[in-house]
Design a binder for this molecule. Sequence first.
Ligand code: SF4
Length: 389
Amino acid sequence: MKIPSVPKARKLNSLSPSLYEALLVCKARAAWIAFGEKGAMPGRPEAILGSCFHDVIAAAHKGTLLHGGADVEEEARRLFDLKAQERFQKAHETLRAKFRTKEHLPFYHLQRASAAALARKVSPESGVENAGKRQGLQHPARLIEQSLQSKDEMLTGRADLIDVADKVVVDYKTRQEIPGQSEEVTDREKRQLRLYAYLAGQNGITVERGVVALASGRKLSVDLTEAQVNAEADAARAALSRYNAVVAEQSDFEELAQASPINCQYCPSMILCSRFWQTAKPSWEEQVGKHLSGRIVSITRAQLQGVELVTLKLDEVSSTFAIGKEVMLEQVPEQWIIRDDDAPLLEGSLIRVTHVQVAVSTAEQTVLRLNRAKTEVWMLTPHHHQVDS
Ligand code: SF4
């Protein structure tokens, strides 16, 4: 398994809502999303399940869960299992080492049940979501996961659902509601909905309202005025033009990286971004979480139920959270460490670790543990050592 290298930034011909979001914070992040090695990162289990959820809801909207008089929820669960199995088989080796089967992915059964319940609700013949005036309307009245492009081809996007009759665009989100906490459409979601509305308008479809539909079935709604929608499209075009002007002069990933606690939150290329590791400080913890880099000074091996575990003592540690003088990373399954194919785990190796958990921390010692779903442990190559120094 190879550690991916950072991509060279190139000109972007068009902008999707996700690339637009990346460009708003960091050009290097956008370059990774557009030109990075696909499948090189383990990714998150929730991303796999989120894609399966969307597959099921799209199929429900299209009415393809209704064949042969089958029960919609049963068909939805069957499709969810099928898609999850396909994605799990293609998933990164490290993710499959952490979770033995697709059913071991966190919240598998919850997401599957949510998808099935929502599928029943939105399925065309259920008579719940589609009652009344929509009866008799066929699919041309609704665009389901259809790719749209602006007339100048600079903006692209694929909304989950555009209901032409109701002039509404719907985006399904798998985030779970927190009991007692009021939910609202986030700024990011508003920008996304405005761009979808703009693309619909460019294709002759009027959209006046945006809906974020949560996995629970709850809907959060915002009005989308023509002025807001056009302003967002103008802002996206401007971001694209600025990026292209910069990369025409400077294509180096590290030079484009704009590291800050806000920008680097949730960044998918954090592990490869030397600028982040050179800049991050313990004061960044609240925004970015707990990450560290360091050199292995000793390795202690053990076996637990047939699993090879290593405990690593680290020095030269830099971190996004406060640590003691001595840092120990405990009980890491060796299979979870991402490295170049033939690189053995050696004392002296430099590692980067993301999303660790602190078991104990004093001024003298910090003991760290892993989070199965979130932590990644990467062993770096001599090339990375040079870039970092
Ligand atoms: S880690 Fe930060 S600086 Fe690096 S690419 Fe991501 S957002 Fe940009």
